[in-house]
Each structure stands twice: as C-alpha cells, then as structure tokens.
Ligand binder design. Sequence first.
Ligand code: SF4
Length: 470
Amino acid sequence: MNNSTSSTKRPTRVYDCFSDHDIGTVHGGGGGSRTKTGGPHLDAVYKEIMQKKEALFDRFGYIHIPYCSMRCKYCGFYKYSISSAHIDRFVELLCVQLKNTAGFPYTKTAPFKGFYFGGGTPTALDVSQLKRILTILNRDYAFADDREITIESTVRELNDQKISLFKEHGVERLSIGVQTFNDEIRSYLGRKTSGLEVESFLKKLRKKEFTVAIDLIYGLPGQTMDSWIEDIKRFIDLGIDGISLYFLRIFPQSPLKKEIDKGKTPLMVETSEKMEMFLWARDYLFQNCFRQIGADHFGRNHERNEYLLATYHNSDIFPFGMGAGGKVDHLSFFNTLDFNRYEKMISAGNTPAMGGFIKDDDAVYMDYLNGQILTGCCDLSKIDRMFQKNTLEIFKDLIEELENKGLLSIQGDLIILTGWGCCWHSHVNTEFGKAYDRRFHSSEEAFDLTCSGESLAPHHPMIGHRSHTQ
Ligand code: SF4
C-alpha cells in the first residue's frame, strides 16, 4: 500500500469513537460462533485433529519463552526471571513438546512456512539451550523452501556465539526490541545500552545478512514529537528491513502504572499527540520505500514477516511453550503460563492447554476477514469467493459509519484502512465482530476471555501479533 491510501479525512478527536487512552485494546476481532473448551475435552479434540491426514490451512510454529533477564517498566506480562530454577527443566519439556507434536500425522501433512520465537526474551536462553531447540526444529520438522525462522531479542541478549548459532541453524530473521534510540528515555526505561550502541549493533546484524526488524514505541514517558521524529530518522538511516510501531499501553499491573499513579514519571504524551506520532511515522516510512505489511508493521528490502502474515491468513499456528497461543484446524487454544501445570501436562503426554474454543465456519470467516483488514488493504472479492459471502452487504451500516469516522475507505472491492484506522485497528476489528454477532448471533453471550482461572495468554491470535513489546 502506498501514500495515496492515506485518508485526508482526519476527525479532530477520532478517539472519541472509542475510549480515550485505549488505542491498543487486546481483543481485536471476534464474531461467529466459538464453543469454549478446556481440560480433557480440549485434549481429546486436539488429539483427534492431530490424527488427520489432511490440512486446510498453511502452518507456522510459535515458540513462547516466558523468561526475561529484566522487567521492562511498561510490561504487563512479565512472568519468570531467566535465573528461575526451572529454566533447564522448561527447555527439556519444550523439547518434549516439540518432538511429540512432530510425530502426529497432522503435523506431517504439509511443510511449515516457518517458526517464530517470542517471549519474554527468547535469547535470554543460553547457547546450548537455544541449540537444543533449533536442532529439533531442523531435524523433526519439514519446512517450505522459503521458510522464515524469526527470533525476538534485545541488543543486550545477543552475543557473537548466539549470532553464529542462528546462522548455522537457519534463523533468517531477527526482531529486535529497540523501543527508542533516545538515551534519556532509554535510561528511564532501565535500558543498559545507549542509542549509539544499538545502532552499531544493528549495522553489524545487517552485515551478517539477517533480515532485521525492530520495534519502536510511541507515547513513551518524556517522548516528544521531535524525539520521535529523530527515532524514525535514525531507523531509516540504518537501512534495515522492518519496523513495528507500537502504541505504549499502560497495563494496570506494570511498574510504569505504579509510577504514573505516584506522579513519578516524566511528562506523559497525550493520546492525540501519540496518534500524530504514528501518522507522521507512517507517512515518512512510505516516503522511504516502505510498504505496509500490517496495520502497525512496515517493511522494505527482504522484510516479509511471515508469522504476522500467517496470523492474518488464518494459518494454523502450532503453539509451543508456556503462554503460547495458536490454532490447529478449527481449534484455537492457549497454553498454560504456569510452570507446574505445564510440567504436569507435558509429562502426562497431554497438550498443555489451559483453554480454547472450537470455531464454526462463521468464526473462520470472521477471523480471515479481520486478518485481512489488518493488512491495511482487504480484498473482499477474494474473501467473498472463498466463503460464499457478500461482505459489503453484511457490514453495509458499519462500513458507512467507519467511513464517516475517517477510519476506512472503500475502493471498489477493497477495504482500505486509513492512517487513523491503522492506529485504531483493534477497535475497527472489534466493531466488525460485534456487527456480525448482532446480525447473526444476537442470542449468543459475549465470549469470555478467561478460562481455568488464567487470563488469555499474551501470544494468542485473538490478541494479535505481540500484544506487548520487549
Ligand atoms: S516486555 Fe517482554 S521482555 Fe520486557 S519484561 Fe515484559 S515479557 Fe519480558
């Protein structure tokens, strides 16, 4: 998508459409019927699917490593320190899960398009732990020729040994949590490396021929439009391939929230200014040959971000590790984040899921539609052909409403998210889900996002790609 898709219609307070200070809601999408499942029933459904010898969807693997070497100030999902006593045991159990899953007929029906390591900080694991995991992937899983294995990391956690290991084991892409190059803000966030050190490290990765993507956050305490513009320009000058622009979310359980409540933070950025930051960056990226891959992700050169695309295309995403979320066939589920439960379930030969739901065909349609909207340019003729629907007719009123609010536009059979729409993408999708349910499932109760006493895992397709950043 290029600049011409940016709407010139900019309501002065578009965020009045939704709730203030809540751009990045965690529940985008929905719609259709989803039957809740858990415990032995979920395990039985999973095992039945895994005996199938045919697959309807492309497949990807997601490995969640919920360990971090430090707690980020804004983090609402911190779970385990890398010095936890059970880290070795976790790696052992994860390897068992990977090996067991590889043995099912369903896993063998088609090659994987890739794997994504998220967290936490996957590279907080040591070289031998990472090597064990990568060896199993390369040995036990069949991959497509154009596979993409991505590992998330911070600058601090990557050393030469790990970089060589990744090269040797076919890791093509590194996603680095930078957040900002600004030293003052980095220091406030507790980052140990300076902006200059980050830049030289990214240049080094580029020389080693990895595809490199970074995350930047807008709305950080003390950030200004000028410092944000400088961040984006410094990124552009590095010549690297991909970037995600994340809105700072204030999670209730984060250290940052506590500091805000005590009035201890540098000046916070107003919501309207955050939106201007996003829009400025998006326009500037387009001017510098970036294309939009997702509502908040942009790429040029070699950047593909196959994992993100897999979530948009309703692909199967096999979830591995504590806290991972994914889907196989029509079953979406999320693994427990609790180490003891994870150990017990894997040791018993069960899937370590804490809960999930079985989607009917309407829910599959809605997930696909929501995913395509998140690409920023959704081709309805393709979707209508695939699902035998008339999407424009189904959502006529909502589309008109969202067009009037300047969040999207219709061009022929395309739904185009405007810059504002990209900013509010989760809400746009939620509105589509609600509209569908109002029309076809009005008697259904709203889907409950909690299961077995644990809240929805951070890395679940219902939440979307990375609900938090490193
Ligand atoms: S944001 Fe990610 S890396 Fe930082 S503490 Fe939270 S889980 Fe760990």
